[in-house]
Design a protein around this ligand. Structure first.
Ligand SMILES: C[S@@+](CC[C@H](N)C(=O)[O-])C[C@H]1O[C@@H](n2cnc3c(N)ncnc32)[C@H](O)[C@@H]1O
Length: 268
């Protein structure tokens, strides 16, 4: 679910915020909790949660660090951060910012669930995040495993094409396509200087109802593909999308992630 244009995905995520939160129960929250289980924030820790969305990993991290710790939850989307603020935890601080340019540093834990592949330069952005952790600090990045969440995108693109004539374009080659299996992902994280790297495959399947199939579109980055359509066009896209999913016998979606984590080596 990497996007070609930063502007497109930002518009999509801003529009998606309420449905994104509704999809959280099915998708973002269990993945966020699994991410926090891997990064392991402790009471009193300072945590940076990059690309925090509505707080799927930031909120469990805030519970883990308690009121003696703090979590900076950073996202470019203001409506997402409004929802983070609604959690009303004193140790959880939401910020609207491009996290690649964030100047905070010395964090005990830096984590990003399903965010790093949106950076215009994924490798440079990820290096920047690693640089925000203290020596000896823990870092964790969650990405989709190869093939995960692809079926909704393919069926949506075909439906939009049928309704509007917009061409079905293939996403440009992207670093994520090279690292979205456990072994290359671990090797890539090591190449960024992390030690004690571990990659957990978090197997996850979503049983599809029609409502959930459509929520996956309206509550995720896929929303950018329908932003700007008229209500009639959107209804037609929804009908066509659900019809082709059913015709292809798709009753569940692969939502498996790779949770990569490691430590920042202390200087000798
Ligand atoms: C798929 S969502 C994941 C959100 C959250 N981590 C979760 O797991 O529910 C990706 C998020 O990354 C944010 N994002 C993308 N690029 C960003 C950047 N450069 N700085 C801050 N946030 C960014 C988007 O606005 C969006 O909320």
């Amino acid at each position: 679910m990497a996007a070609d244009s930063p502007t497109d995905y930002r518009r999509g995520f801003d529009a998606a915020a309420a449905d994104f939160d509704a999809l959280g129960r099915h998708l973002w929250c269990p993945i966020g909790r699994a991410t926090v289980a891997a990064t392991g924030p402790r009471p009193g820790d300072r945590v940076l949660d990059a690309c925090c969305g509505t707080g799927a990993s930031a909120i469990p991290a805030a519970h883990a660090v308690g009121t003696d710790g703090s979590v900076d939850a950073v996202d470019v989307s203001p409506p997402m951060i409004d929802i983070v603020h609604a959690a009303a935890l004193p140790q959880l601080h939401g910020h609207v910012a491009d996290v690649v340019g964030w100047t905070g540093h010395g964090y005990d834990v830096v984590q990003a669930a399903l965010g790093i592949f949106f950076f215009p330069d994924m490798e440079a952005g990820t290096r920047r995040l690693i640089g925000m952790a203290r020596p000896g600090g823990r870092v964790g990045f969650t990405i989709w495993r190869r093939g995960a969440m692809e079926a909704p995108g393919e069926h949506l693109a075909r439906a939009v094409n049928t309704v509007t004539g917009a061409p079905v374009t293939k996403r440009k080659p992207h670093l994520i396509d090279k690292v979205n299996e456990a072994e290359p992902y671990a090797a890539w994280l090591e190449s960024l200087g992390l030690a004690e790297v571990s990659v957990i495959t978090d197997d996850r399947r979503l049983d599809l109802t029609e409502d959930l199939a459509w929520l996956i579109i309206t509550g995720s980055g896929y929303r950018s593909a329908i932003t700007g359509l008229t209500d009639d066009q959107t209804r037609s896209v929804r009908d066509r999308y659900l019809a082709t999913l059913a015709a292809d016998g798709i009753t569940e979606i692969d939502a498996t992630t790779l949770i990569g984590s490691g430590t920042v080596p202390a200087p000798e």
